[in-house]
Ligand binder design. Structure first.
Ligand SMILES: [Zn+2]
Length: 180
């Protein structure tokens, strides 16, 4: 077992099978990890309140030698947001980032977002995340027509679209892109 004391922003609660709850956490030194906590649904659980999405927490993670999976041994809240604009940005970061890829700029942005230092609209958060990840919307053009006034980003295709092409190509509400 390897123990790791770190800071992490809880991006999302992924699933819950009754015993274990799995979280997606962007940590300072490991990048994004999926980590499980045991029995957080129990009323007596001290962990649960410290693992709500939108929390920056001091964490103790234990990596099991047998399968490399992470377990959350301890979590202590430092900051927390409930701002819906910030929460949407956290889910967007979760969709856009691979596991175990460190990014100190992204971590700094997430920290500022959760502590309320990073203000702005949902759209401005998306723009910032994309630019940190190297897909700068400032210089992006529509993937279909080349127009430079982009309105939409589709994560699964890493594709920017303008208003007009968005209207033409939109397949339905399940195409989960983000609007600027
Ligand atoms: Zn277009």
């Amino acid at each position: 077992m390897i123990e790791n004391s770190t800071w992490g922003v809880i991006l999302d609660r992924i699933n819950d099978n009754g015993l274990d709850t799995e979280y997606s956490i962007f940590t300072w030194d490991l990048g994004k990890v999926k980590a499980k906590a045991t029995s957080v649904r129990k009323i007596t659980s001290k962990l649960a309140g410290h693992l709500e999405p939108g929390t920056l927490a001091r964490l103790r993670l234990v990596q099991k030698a047998i399968d490399g999976n992470y377990k959350i041994a301890e979590s202590l809240i430092d900051e927390r947001t409930k701002d819906p604009r910030a929460m949407s940005a956290l889910l967007f970061v979760d969709r856009m980032t691979p596991i175990l890829q460190t990014d100190i700029h992204l971590f700094a942005f997430l920290k500022a977002l959760v502590s309320g230092e990073e203000e702005g609209s949902e759209a401005s958060h998306y723009r910032k995340v994309l630019s940190i990840l190297g897909f700068d919307p400032e210089h992006a053009i529509c993937s279909i027509c080349g127009e430079d006034k982009i309105a939409y980003f589709i994560p699964q295709d890493i594709m920017f679209l303008c208003h007009q092409c968005l209207r033409k190509t939109r397949k339905g509400p399940d195409q989960r892109g983000v609007s600027f």
